[in-house]
Design a protein around this ligand. Structure first.
Ligand code: FNR
Length: 183
């Protein structure tokens, strides 16, 4: 069986993003079942309909990368109980024009981490709604990860057994569904 092509989108433009760390850990847990690409979004200009018809190169690169993938993993912080603007901007670019919406029909998993106790739960609710509206096949279940500095080791491994087992189960379940969908 060929590897699942996985687009990983991190909703943070911060150099030391804890969500990027979590995303890299999830890719590690996915192992050789996936060919994963961490899709850059921080170089995208602010969405502007005036640019349609002559889309900037960064936008074309971004949409082509997502379109070429079989499934999408979104790992995002919560900003003011919603999703960060940098992620919403990327989603908006990917959603237009409607007949080229790159999110439609893609099995999509949503997770995220924050130092706060509810681990991005409210932001994820917003994201779930947005991706559903766009025709993404959004995975059910919940994965709200409360971040502690010691959670992810330097080699990307999860240091807490229960959390590692939970995330392994989460990613395995996602890949099982995504693989069946593309088969
Ligand atoms: C935050 N943060 C935050 N955290 C949270 O749990 N719920 C929230 O609503 C918010 N709101 C929020 C707004 C803004 C503008 C910022 C800059 C931050 C804190 C946030 O979780 C923390 O900065 C994380 O480190 C962000 O994740 P990355 O960027 O490190 O991946």
């Amino acid at each position: 069986m060929s590897k699942l092509k996985l687009a990983v989108v991190v909703g943070s433009n911060r150099q030391e993003s804890i969500n990027r760390k979590l995303a890299q850990t999830l890719v590690k847990l996915a192992g050789d079942r996936v060919a994963a690409s961490l899709v850059q979004i921080d170089d995208l200009p602010m969405y502007n309909m005036d640019l349609e018809g002559n889309r900037p190169d960064a936008v074309n690169r971004f949409t082509a990368e997502v379109a070429a993938c079989d499934a999408v993993l979104l790992v995002t912080p919560e900003h003011n109980r919603s999703i960060p603007a940098v992620l919403k901007n990327a989603i908006d670019w990917g959603s237009k024009p409607m007949d080229k919406n790159v999110w439609k029909g893609k099995v999509t998993a949503i997770t995220g981490t924050s130092p706060g106790a509810i681990g991005t739960a409210v932001g994820q609710q917003h994201l779930r709604q947005i991706m559903g509206i766009l025709g993404g096949l959004v995975m059910g279940g919940e994965a709200y990860i409360a971040f502690k500095p010691e959670l992810i080791a330097h080699d990307g491994g999860i240091t807490i057994d229960d959390t590692r087992a939970f995330l392994q189960d989460y990613i395995d379940n996602f890949l099982n569904v995504a693989e069946k969908h593309v088969a």
